[in-house]
Design a protein around this ligand. Structure first.
Ligand SMILES: Cc1cc2nc3c(=O)[nH]c(=O)nc-3n(C[C@H](O)[C@H](O)[C@H](O)COP(=O)(O)OP(=O)(O)OC[C@H]3O[C@@H](n4cnc5c(N)ncnc54)[C@H](O)[C@@H]3O)c2cc1C
Length: 318
């Protein structure tokens, strides 16, 4: 068990964390990136990316390798360790504890731990993830031009994304397990007024079925009548929740109703010295471009914060 001291600790090596590492290196900060798995974050669950400027089309795995190599080139220290807790101590510095037993100390932490879309948990979902099962309409919608799609959920995300997907799809079924939406009235209106959308009330997905390559149909059950049926679709978008990875932070912090960090305009959370960037932060949309943008701002702001801390330290007298 070792104790290591840094200027800056970055938790998570997705696009936000790797970009933060790059900027930290270029700012001559002593930084470490703690990542529980392979670097890349959600990029590793993404097949093709077609909306990252400079790359008309790139595999998620390739973009993550390029981002990691770029960060390492500027001197980033990338450590494989799952962070168990991030705690601000009485002296103002952060104590970050890893699963390895090692502890990491720094006056500044940037949390870039992303989040996890809630899964349906039905057979076929993991097998067809990225091959017809998606959790991101903005990212994957255009791969389904002219196809029939299903959206699962009944909240704001499901209704908003169903409406968005009609730009590409010939038809979108919204499958909701209740007989009314939870979504805000304006989003509901858009769904009900969209001729390409049909709502299937009281429906749950029991299985996602495919031909070995792509999704071809859903096995559905009506929770009221118990009737089972099949629905032919080319893709299924699941919007039943997204869990931001904020649980490792000890102590109270400002967050929105869904648990995302609320930050100021330089990405500082309500805990001084704790910054948040990327999918873990409350914001309009969650994309690679927004994650790296947040991370850039966070590191520049963190560097200024560190400089101010040092200016405030009493000068030793002899
Ligand atoms: C299927 C899918 C397809 C997508 N396609 C696109 C697309 O085409 N274009 C686009 O712009 N966006 C796309 N997105 C969204 C994009 O991937 C995310 O917005 C982006 O990855 C967010 O980056 P991030 O660094 O904030 O978080 P993440 O990518 O989630 O990275 C977080 C990292 O933190 C690590 N971590 C979490 N907790 C801990 C812990 N306790 N200790 C150590 N490490 C931890 C995770 O392992 C992960 O590596 C897609 C998302 C999904 C799910």
């Amino acid at each position: 068990m070792a104790m290591k001291a840094y200027d800056l600790i970055i938790v998570g090596a997705g696009p936000a964390g790797l970009c933060a590492a790059l900027y930290a290196g270029r700012s001559m900060l002593k930084a470490v990136v703690l990542e529980r798995g392979a670097p890349g974050g959600e990029l590793l669950n993404t097949d093709l990316i077609e909306d990252y400027p400079g790359f008309e089309s790139i595999l998620g795995s390739e973009l993550s390798q390029r981002m990691a190599a770029h960060a390492l080139k500027f001197g980033a220290e990338l450590v494989t360790d799952a962070v168990l807790s991030v705690e601000k101590q009485d002296d103002g510095a952060f104590l970050v504890t890893g699963e390895s037993g090692d502890t990491y100390h720094a006056p500044v932490v940037i949390l870039t731990a992303g989040g996890t879309p809630t899964k349906l948990g039905v057979p076929g979902e993991p097998e067809y993830a990225g091959r017809g099962v998606s959790y991101c309409a903005v990212c994957d919608g255009h791969f389904f031009r002219g196809e029939v799609l299903a959206v699962i959920g009944g909240g704001d995300a499901a209704t908003e994304e169903a409406d968005f997907l009609t730009r590409y799809a010939s038809k979108v079924y919204v499958i909701h397990r209740r007989d009314a939406f939870r979504a805000s009235p304006i989003l509901q209106q858009r769904v009900f007024g969209n001729p390409k959308i049909e709502v299937i009330w009281n429906g749950v997905v029991e299985r996602i079925e495919g031909d070995g390559r792509n999704v071809i149909q859903l096995a559905l059950r009506d929770v009221v009548t118990g009737t089972r049926s099949e629905l032919a679709v080319g893709g299924v978008f699941v919007f039943i929740g997204f869990q931001p990875n904020t649980g490792i932070v000890k102590g109270h912090f400002r967050h929105d109703a869904a648990g995302y960090f609320i930050t100021d305009d330089v990405m500082m959370t309500s805990i001084p010295g704790l910054f948040a960037a990327g999918d873990v932060r409350a914001q309009l949309t969650r994309q690679i471009t927004t994650a790296v943008g947040d991370a850039t701002t966070a590191v520049i702001a963190a560097a200024k914060y560190l400089a101010e801390l040092r200016d405030r330290q009493p000068v030793a007298t002899t």
